[in-house]
Design a protein around this ligand. Structure first.
Ligand code: 6PG
Length: 259
């Protein structure tokens, strides 16, 4: 499967390039008279990007943007671990995003109830059992997880629901996550990967053996949409796909294993 690889010289350039590309996708959808639907990633990498999106000169008509989440920890929305709270502090609280455009996963519910509630929310919003996000943002953990799709999890094989509840032994954490079919139904999926600590796993995910149940990020193969990795040089350090270290941004094509 073909994918785009965008290698940015440093994290600041990665965030600026990600914001620029997100702005382009959103503007295209909105100018065509459509709303723009984005599933936000959790974790620490995207926080700076979200802050950039909240800058006044970023200038998106937020009334046409609908925010969703790719995964959530099963905690209340004001909990330090909440992905919603991170996005609220970095983005939502700083913008006039209409409350009706913010569709958080309800981590405060019992996990199975939270998963069912979000599945129902998505089905109602998209008028389909499968959401078709304009954009899904994802990160990659050092164990190859993405969203809250962790190695060995039963959620990796979920094929009938868009949302699953999962328990992560290693983190002693209940999570809600979009399932692979829900992610792969998106028009655009973008991995944001930054830093030396991700260099080894990124090489495995992109250049290594195709073993998606051990490396769940490899399950991300959009059915028809565009898959893009936006990474910085530190994260690219162990990849054979080298880029010109001098350039601020280098765009390459990738051929990924798997279907
Ligand atoms: C989460 C994320 C998770 C994250 C990766 C990378 O809820 O934590 O959805 O999949 O994207 O763990 O996290 P960092 O950006 O913090 O490295």
């Amino acid at each position: 499967m073909k994918a785009h690889l965008i290698v940015c010289r440093d994290p600041n350039i990665l965030n600026a390039e990600s914001a620029r590309r997100l702005h382009g996708l959103a503007s295209e959808a909105i100018q065509a008279g459509n709303r723009f639907t984005i599933a936000l990633s959790g974790g620490s990498t995207p926080a700076r990007l979200y802050s950039l999106l909240a800058e006044p000169d970023f200038g998106l008509p937020w009334e046409s943007v609908h925010l969703f989440w790719g995964d959530e920890r099963c905690v209340p929305p004001d909990h330090a671990e909440s992905n919603y709270r991170m996005a609220d502090e970095a983005l939502i609280s700083r913008l006039a995003v209409p409350a009706g455009n913010v569709h958080r996963m309800r981590g405060e519910l019992r996990p199975d109830e939270g998963a069912r509630a979000y599945d129902e929310l998505l089905a109602a919003f998209f008028s389909s059992p499968w959401p078709r996000f304009d954009l899904v943002l994802l990160g990659i953990g050092e164990d190859g997880h993405t969203a809250s799709l962790f190695p060995g999890s039963s959620a990796l094989r979920e094929a009938s629901s868009a949302v699953a509840a999962t328990y992560v032994e290693r983190l002693a954490s209940h999570r809600l996550t979009l399932t692979p079919p829900a992610i792969n139904n998106a028009d655009n999926v973008v991995f944001l990967v930054s830093g030396e600590s991700k260099a080894a796993i990124l090489r495995e995910v992109i250049e290594g053996e195709h073993k998606p149940f051990q490396l769940p990020a490899q399950l991300v193969r959009p059915d028809r949409g565009q898959l893009t990795f936006i990474i910085d040089l530190a994260a690219a350090r162990m990849m054979h796909t080298r880029s010109d270290a001098g350039a601020a941004v280098v765009e390459l094509d990738l051929e990924l294993g798997g279907e």
